[in-house]
Write a protein that binds this ligand. Structure first.
Ligand SMILES: [Fe+2]
Ligand SMILES: [Fe+2]
Length: 190
């Protein structure tokens, strides 16, 4: 597996500066949440750092890479290929950065859409991406507080924010996002 230094070099080369800073910020937020929730810090720091490594890849290329690796591209991703930057990020993490840990790879793969039955590591990366200190949008401060109080509630809130955002733009909602939200809503309080 690549050292963190090598990973940072790769990100500096392949991401815009703003996105690089965001990646560092997600790493730090994920570590902080990991400490709070008693989760594996090493997995979180790598997943947080790497999660957007495919962010600068063009849509058609994301589709090509995913196809080449045997993934079938669903209609929503065909229409909004940027949704694939998580999946392709996990492919790069594995093949280029030699990261083999499944928990890390899944957290990277599902950080954009979410999915049903997410692990704590996946939830923390998903949320850290949303609440890292450089993020600015209405309600972010409230979400930051909830993320440290009730992680499932924070997940529902961030799914809601995402879905509203997608609707406002007239875009398609990915099935994983709907399933992720339904799953938590169904299981919360059970
Ligand atoms: Fe992302
Ligand atoms: Fe991100």
């Amino acid at each position: 597996m690549w050292s963190e230094e090598q990973i940072e070099e790769y990100l500096k080369k392949n991401l815009e500066q703003k996105r690089f800073k965001h990646s560092i910020s997600v790493r730090d937020t994920a570590i902080d949440m990991g400490k709070f929730y008693g989760e594996n810090i090493e997995k979180l720091r790598i997943a947080g750092l790497v999660h957007d490594c495919a962010k600068n890849i063009k849509g058609y290329e994301l589709i090509n890479i995913a196809r080449k690796h045997g993934y079938k591209i669903d209609d929503v991703c065909k229409k909004s290929p940027q949704l694939l930057h998580g999946l392709v990020g996990s492919i790069i993490a594995k093949e280029v950065m030699e990261i083999n840990n499944k928990d890390i790879l899944n957290a990277i793969a599902y950080h954009t859409t979410g999915r049903k039955n997410m692990t704590m590591i996946e939830k923390i990366i998903y949320l850290a991406d949303y609440i890292e200190p450089l993020r600015k949008y209405d309600g972010v401060n409230e979400l930051r507080k909830i993320a440290y109080k009730d992680i499932d509630k924070a997940m529902i809130e961030s799914f809601n924010v995402t879905i509203k955002f997608v609707i406002e733009r007239g875009q398609l909602i990915h099935l994983n996002t709907i399933e992720g939200r339904n799953y938590i809503l169904k299981t919360v309080g059970e």
